[in-house]
Design a protein around this ligand. Structure first.
Ligand code: HEM
Length: 146
């Protein structure tokens, strides 16, 4: 369950997330590949270089910010992303890595607007989204295995 407070704060950040989305996600990959170079082989580096992947992640983060109180609307998008994650062998234990880097990137790019309230809300919101992906990917992994 995502708290109402988190829903309200995350939704209030949607315009700024939209405006700076790709800057945030480009920064997130920069941080992640620097601190966790071991994840690099899972990524298509040409999709990084031409900005396709940061753009896709920015779209997903913005969609989440606007639909955090209407998660059913994200089902098709979650499904598509989860299948891609399974293809690239993403594991549950990798979610905290992306979370740490994404939250740091939000902080770096939003500067003064990344108040404690905003960071607390996004921390809770990321955790909830990670659980949605982890559960969906577990189902897909089981289907693939059988
Ligand atoms: C809540 C967290 C996450 C979100 C919102 C997210 C979002 C996305 C999106 C939108 C795509 C593009 C899917 C497509 O092409 O249709 C994607 C692909 C991918 N994601 Fe995630 N992701 C998350 C977590 C993770 C984690 C934890 C990892 C592990 C390091 C990861 C690794 C990847 C990889 C390797 C791809 C394929 C990229 C490529 O083709 O280069 N993601 N993700």
């Amino acid at each position: 369950m995502i708290s109402q407070k988190t829903i309200d704060v995350v939704k209030s950040t949607a315009p700024v997330i939209k405006e700076h989305g790709q800057t945030i996600t480009s920064r997130m990959y920069e941080i992640m590949f620097d601190i966790h170079p071991e994840v690099k082989p899972q990524f298509d580096m040409s999709a990084q270089a031409n900005g396709t992947q940061p753009a896709k992640l920015a779209t997903a983060v913005y969609a989440y910010a606007t639909h955090i109180d209407d998660l059913g609307a994200l089902k098709a998008a979650v499904d598509k992303i989860a299948h891609r994650h399974v293809q690239t062998h993403i594991l549950p234990e990798q979610y905290p890595i992306v979370g740490e880097c994404l939250l740091q990137a939000i902080k770096d790019v939003l500067g003064d607007r990344a108040t404690d309230e905003v960071m607390t809300a996004w921390t809770e919101a990321y955790q909830a989204l990670a659980e949605i992906f982890i559960n969906r990917e577990q189902q897909i992994y089981q289907t693939v295995a059988n």
